[in-house]
Design a protein around this ligand. Structure first.
Ligand code: UDP
Ligand code: MG
Length: 160
């Protein structure tokens, strides 16, 4: 148990982050994980999976009807994806900042896509875009028992 209730409250926010097949193939797993880890976020679930096309279509359900939808789902299901849940204060919104704009040509230097990707269809990483999406995506990709709650000695050095 964590002593300080503000630390406990800060831990509650969780987001779904996935390294897409291009990021895995390009050897960027450790680079991407380290950016979330060094920021202070806590990894609470992780697995390497090859999603089926049907699963990819469910994940990107809000984009069905867009011209790139089919190719996007083919691509997401084309190889191993590193699925993760990260926890921490503001992690949903700030996780998106770490990731950068959808099109890497518009992503700022210093962001994951800005530093490490070139084209929109190969932008290496996914992150939930809001609280409702985060809940839905975590539930889609992980069973409740795969999500861990634990304290770290650094928690009290990250939150006042
Ligand atoms: N995408 C694409 N072409 C587009 C827009 C999006 O290939 O014109 C892909 C891109 O890989 C993006 C994913 O579809 O990451 C999901 O799109 P979304 O708008 O949700 O962007 P994200 O939330 O990933 O930044
Ligand atoms: Mg999105």
């Amino acid at each position: 148990a964590v002593q300080d209730p503000s630390v406990e409250a800060a831990e509650l926010e969780r987001t779904f982050i996935a390294i897409k097949p291009d990021g895995v193939q390009r050897g960027l797993i450790s680079e991407i994980i380290s950016r979330f880890e060094r920021k202070g976020y806590k990894l609470v679930a992780v697995k390497l999976v090859v999603p089926t096309k049907e699963f990819a279509m469910q994940h990107y359900d809000d984009l069905k009807g867009r011209p790139f939808f089919n190719g996007l789902c083919d691509f997401l299901s084309s190889g191993p994806v590193l699925a993760m849940v990260w926890e921490g204060q503001g992690v949903i919104k700030y996780g998106r900042k770490l990731i950068g704009a959808t099109a890497p040509q518009n992503s700022e230097p210093g962001t994951i896509r800005g530093d490490l990707a070139i084209s929109v269809g190969r932008n290496i990483i996914h992150g939930s875009d809001g609280p409702e999406t985060a809940v839905a995506e975590i539930a889609l990709w992980f069973k409740p028992e795969e999500l861990l709650s634990y304290s770290k000695v650094t928690d009290k050095w990250l939150y006042e």
